[in-house]
Write a protein that binds this ligand. Structure first.
Ligand SMILES: [Zn+2]
Length: 283
């Protein structure tokens, strides 16, 4: 089984996670730029973070046989902080990089006017750079947040068919599907979607344009949720081809819009001292 996790924050995860993910079948992932928990106090903090998503983290992933790409953006939460918004002007120089496969994650957190501005500006940047967009939907007021998101997408220069609307659930999936976007589901240990609910959604709406991710980060989350959904699908009678479609081909098709996916990660290194010393910069 080959698995592509289309949304996971490896910066917050350990090398044990990389090893366990590889052992579960994960061969590719996308790491969206996000909020670090600790508020950033200047645009320079973003640039160091973006550089890590483009340099250090793909190098780390490659040691474990996993192809790493990223999405770059000003995240919804920090779109409200005037110390951070100047990063919008610097995004074009990152969006031209080979490993950037979308603009994201963008979208709404509290649905403020500042978030409106950042979302519209970044949808335009996606259109300008011929990149798709990864759009997060808010955890509160989900349906209102989805509707407002779809309205802003419709007013933008970016086709809704180049948008992945993430963190969907039973209350939002139908409207997102009817709008024609790609459909993202984050499967968490104890909130949002779980494996059984995900299987029910796949039964009801089918696998077309559906992507499943772990969205694992610094909070309670599980980087193996993609594999657990695959196993739950098989147990529920879905075919190997259905699983491959949802867990591999759909993410490849969506991020492939960028024309930049490189899925030929090297075989993992044995966990030797040599490998470890490379990861530690020889220390
Ligand atoms: Zn995220």
């Amino acid at each position: 089984m080959r698995i592509f996790d289309p949304h996971i924050h490896m910066t917050s995860r350990t090398t044990d996670d990389y090893q366990a993910m590889y052992a579960s079948g994960v061969r590719a992932l996308v790491e969206p730029a996000f909020w670090l928990g600790q508020p950033r106090t200047s645009p320079a903090s973003f640039y160091d973070y973006f550089d890590a998503l483009l340099g250090w983290e793909p190098f780390r992933a490659a040691q474990y046989g996993i192809a790493h790409h990223c999405t770059i953006a000003l995240n919804p939460k920090e779109a409200n902080d005037p110390r951070c918004t100047p990063v919008l002007d610097a995004l074009p120089r990152y969006l031209v990089k080979d490993n950037v496969v979308a603009v994201g994650e963008i979208g709404y957190d509290s649905m403020t006017p500042a978030e409106d501005t950042a979302l519209a500006a970044q949808l335009q940047l996606a259109a300008d750079h011929e990149l798709p967009a990864l759009v997060h939907t808010p955890h509160r007021d989900k349906l209102a947040g989805l509707r407002r998101t779809l309205d802003v997408v419709e007013e933008s220069a970016l086709s809704v068919e180049h948008v992945l609307v993430d963190h969907l659930n039973e209350t939002t999936v139908k409207e997102a599907k009817d709008a024609g976007s790609w459909l993202g589901f984050s499967v968490y240990p104890d909130t949002k979607m779980d494996e059984d609910r995900m299987v029910e959604i796949l039964r009801t709406y089918g696998p077309e344009k559906v992507l499943v991710n772990s969205a694992a980060d610094w909070g309670r989350s599980d980087p193996l949720k993609t594999r657990k959904v695959a196993d739950a699908m098989l147990a529920a009678g879905f075919t190997d081809d259905d699983v491959d479609r949802v867990l591999w081909r759909n993410p490849v098709d969506f991020y492939g819009i960028s024309g930049r996916l490189q899925l030929d990660a090297p075989a993992p290194r044995e966990a030797t001292h040599e490998g470890n010393s490379i990861l530690r910069g020889g220390a």
